[in-house]
Write a protein that binds this ligand. Structure first.
Ligand SMILES: Cc1cc2nc3c(=O)[nH]c(=O)nc-3n(C[C@H](O)[C@H](O)[C@H](O)COP(=O)(O)OP(=O)(O)OC[C@H]3O[C@@H](n4cnc5c(N)ncnc54)[C@H](O)[C@@H]3O)c2cc1C
Length: 416
């Protein structure tokens, strides 16, 4: 087991500084333009690919860093640069993590490289779980996957919504219901390979923040994928479904229920692995806004002195910094635990995402206040950071759902 440490090694520091340079020199100057354009920033993704930041190798290296902090350090720096551009660069990793969490070694080797493409021909990937009637309640998915044994193909039908990179992705990972009677336990994840007939983009959403990141509906109309596109394979799925049916029959007969503990399913496996990383993105946004606010408070003069000379202002900055550092500690702890196979006995992954998301929203709103009228304009970046931060209490599980997961985990009770 790698010991938990707050000190970065030489290699980790070098990666952090390299990412910081990209964030400062390439992302920051382009952030406002892509926010206004509300389009996928392909040139920025390409630039990230050319220098190796947008690549499977880079993320795999960070993901398998035994200290656990490779991914959070990378996320914090990129999102310090800009959240909309950051999500455009790292959105693919959510789909990659889904394959990593649920797929066989062969499936990982086949699909993960196709998600990123090459520096000369960059691709993105999408993870499609949410549906119009199944957001927080992932057990309510209606998208169906039916096995066509004669052709060894799966047939997918349904409508996905809110998919980051949905419709513009080369590879889509789709969570679908194989046995609706089993709820969350009857679901599985499927890879939809590039160019598969029947998959199309529905409406693209116009958003409050992270506007450079593409978010859209994905319509699946008799989408046929080969049997080997079922992540984890059919044998494993059949075993899992058989266990779930036995359990359901046992529960129906009154032989001990599961006590309402949240069911582990394909979508949850992906979210569990990605929550601390999402928390780290929120830490990056918060740190960026705090730095702008600190700088502004030192230089803005009112009543003959810098506004930071007022305790009311200085204490706000003290609280901002304290909460950011606390959020980073929670994120690093959860990432270290995940990398070292320590079970999340108090939902530490959810805790980190909850606290970091709420912190980003609070810090960016305080930063706007400290900048006064300037904070409210697009001349200064905190207005954009505030809009961007708002998603961090919504996606990858809302703050309420994180609290629900934590409450259930620490109490062992089926809190509703
Ligand atoms: C920009 C963006 C990008 C996204 N990217 C993806 C993606 O790539 N892939 C993907 O699959 N999804 C994605 N999502 C979907 C996202 O995960 C969902 O929006 C989120 O899970 C909430 O679901 P919902 O919007 O249906 O809200 P709802 O579930 O309808 O929730 C509405 C409100 O009710 C509250 N609530 C619901 N249930 C409870 C409860 N039991 N107790 C207390 N409060 C409750 C919620 O906290 C929330 O405040 C994205 C969303 C956005 C906006």
């Amino acid at each position: 087991m790698s010991p938990f440490s707050m000190e970065l090694g030489e290699d980790q520091l070098a990666v952090r500084d390299w990412l910081h340079g990209f964030a400062a020199d390439v992302m920051r100057p382009a952030a406002a333009e892509w926010d206004e354009r509300e389009e996928t920033p392909w040139p920025i993704i390409q630039e990230a690919a050319k220098i190796g930041i947008y690549s499977l190798d880079f993320y795999a290296q960070q993901y398998f860093d035994p200290s656990g902090v490779g991914i959070p350090v990378a996320m914090e720096e990129l999102f310090w640069g800009d959240a909309g551009l950051g999500l455009s660069i790292v959105g693919t990793t959510l789909a990659a993590v889904a394959v990593l969490a649920n797929g066989t070694d062969e499936q990982i080797g086949t699909w993960a490289p196709q998600m990123f493409g090459t520096p000369d021909d960059v691709k993105v990937a999408a993870f499609c779980s949410s549906e119009p009637d199944a957001g927080s309640d992932v057990s309510a998915l209606r998208t169906r996957a039916v096995y066509d044994q004669a052709k060894d193909e799966w047939v997918l039908n349904g409508t996905k919504t809110w998919a980051t990179n949905g419709g513009i992705a080369a590879v889509h990972v789709v969570v679908a219901t194989v046995d609706p009677a089993l709820g969350a336990r009857g679901q599985a994840s499927f890879v939809v390979p590039p160019g598969t007939a029947g998959l199309s983009q529905g409406q693209k959403f116009k958003k409050h923040g992270i506007r450079a990141s593409h978010t859209a509906e994905v319509v699946l109309d008799d989408v046929r994928v080969p049997g080997h596109c079922l992540l984890g394979g059919k044998e494993k799925l059949d075993e899992r479904l058989a266990r779930a049916r036995e359990r359901a029959a046992g529960t129906a007969a009154g032989r001990g229920s599961g006590g309402g503990a949240p069911g582990r399913n394909a979508a949850m496996a992906t979210f569990e692995a990605s929550r601390p990383a999402v928390g780290a993105q929120a830490v990056g946004i918060a740190r960026a806004a705090y730095e702008v606010a600190l700088d502004y408070a030192r230089t803005r003069v009112q009543f003959g002195r810098p506004i930071i000379d007022n305790q009311g202002v200085a204490f706000t900055l003290a609280d901002m910094r304290t909460r950011i550092d606390a959020a980073r500690l929670l994120v690093w702890r959860a990432s270290w635990m995940a990398a070292n196979q320590q079970p999340f006995t108090a939902a530490e992954g959810s805790m980190s995402k909850l606290y970091a998301g709420e912190t980003a929203k609070w810090v960016t709103s305080q930063a706007m206040q400290l900048l006064g009228g300037n904070g409210f304009t697009r001349e200064y970046p905190v207005e954009r950071m505030h809009r961007d931060s708002a998603i961090y209490t919504i996606f990858e599980g809302t703050s309420e759902i994180q609290r629900l997961v934590i409450a259930r985990t620490i109490s062992g009770l089926p809190i509703r």
